[in-house]
Design a protein around this ligand. Structure first.
Ligand code: SAM
Length: 358
């Protein structure tokens, strides 16, 4: 999304280019597929002709939901030996582009949703709230979504990235992250039936707080800082620009499951912290095409984070002004990335987690 108008409530939502610029998230999904296979082998099968009920939590445009949901349909049908009905509910926040989601799920050739007795639905509500009746779900899958917080408690004044926060601002973010993760687990515990499986691929951080994206975030922050100095963005807009994410450490992910409120609700079956490869930098090293690399990195950043950042712009700015700012940001980002590709090497940390509802 290059400077498309930023709708109200867009913080946390993905931009229009998400389908094209989400190979990183797709790679994370690939890492999660073995856990999904094991979850499908372990979950209690539906009985008496009832459907298998699955949630895809934080689906965005659905681009990276097709493969895992096909795995779900094929696996349950292998286990039952018949066309067991399957209901998949893709959820996301109301600002998500649900038109794009349905276009992906319904119009992509070979989509899982074309299989007989498969029903693809959507729900526009935060996963920090109740989403389903008690005991509804056999399986819940969430890929690269739970690091998005329910909001920014206090903006990080001198950087766009929460990992750079210090002092009280940092403590407020840690507290929001803890409360959100506990709420997520509490609601899923109520919604999953006994034996039901929860697979989460969560944006994560090493023990020292590094998410693997610090160079990329520093580059984007420097571009926005330059836009403030040029008078394109006001200092107070910049101060409000904080991406509403918190990449949890393994300890933060596991705390409520070990001794916190969800300890008796779930059994931790497996977990692992992985560092994703930087696919774009690997391609650059092969092709030497710096211009393409800079465009791809900028496209990824804008698709994932620009709606959140631009939701901090003064509401009086019209769509054309916002579009122009998006163009200016993209141009600055491409120049900066092309000048020093290694500085934006990005190896996102992802926490792979599989839980059984007790
Ligand atoms: C990086 S995308 C990942 C999308 C997809 N699961 C994938 O693997 O490509 C993160 C998604 O989480 C959604 N999200 C953020 N906060 C959310 C919340 N509180 N409830 C539900 N979805 C949320 C965003 O709107 C976005 O669509």
């Amino acid at each position: 999304m290059s400077g498309s108008p930023t709708p109200p409530g867009a913080a946390g939502a993905m931009g229009r280019g998400y389908g094209r610029h989400s190979q990183v998230q797709q790679r994370a999904g690939d890492y999660g597929l073995p856990l999904l296979h094991r979850a499908l082998a372990a979950l209690p099968l539906p009985v008496g002709g009832e459907p298998l009920r699955v949630a895809d939590l934080g689906a965005a445009t659905g681009a990276n939901s097709l493969d895992p949901m096909r795995v779900v349909v094929e696996s349950v049908r292998r286990r039952t030996g018949r066309d067991t009905p399957v209901t998949v509910v893709h959820t996301d926040i109301p600002a998500n582009d649900f038109d794009a989601l349905f276009a992906t799920v319904l119009d992509t050739p070979g989509s899982y949703a074309h299989e007989p007795q498969v029903f693809a639905l959507a729900e526009a509500r935060s996963f920090y709230e109740p989403l389903f009746p008690p005991g509804e779900l056999h399986l819940a899958w969430s890929a690269i979504a739970v690091h998005w917080l329910s909001g920014v408690p206090r903006p990080v004044p001198d950087h766009i990235y929460s990992a750079q926060a210090t002092g009280d601002v940092r403590r407020a973010l840690e507290e929001r992250s803890r409360a959100d993760w506990e709420a997520f687990l509490t609601h899923r515990a109520r919604e999953l039936r006994s034996g039901g499986q929860l697979v989460v691929l969560g944006g994560a951080a090493d023990d020292d707080g590094s998410s693997g994206a610090d160079g990329l975030m520093a580059a984007a922050d420097a571009v926005l800082d330059g836009m403030v100095r040029e008078g394109l963005v006001t200092p107070s807009e910049y101060t409000r620009m904080t991406i509403p994410t918190w990449n949890r450490t393994a300890a933060e992910f596991l705390a409520p499951l070990r001794s916190g409120p969800s300890a008796g609700d779930f059994r931790v079956e497996e977990h692992e912290l992985v560092a994703l490869p930087d696919l774009l930098l690997a391609e650059l090293r092969e092709t030497g095409d710096v211009r393409d690399f800079a465009g791809q990195v900028t496209g990824f950043f804008q698709a994932a984070f620009q709606p959140s950042l631009f939701s901090a712009l003064d509401p009086g700015r019209g769509p054309l002004a916002v579009h122009a700012l998006g163009e200016a940001f993209a141009s600055g980002m491409r120049t900066r990335v092309a000048a020093d590709p290694e500085a934006v090497e990005t190896r996102w940390r992802v926490f792979l987690l599989r839980l059984t509802r007790l």
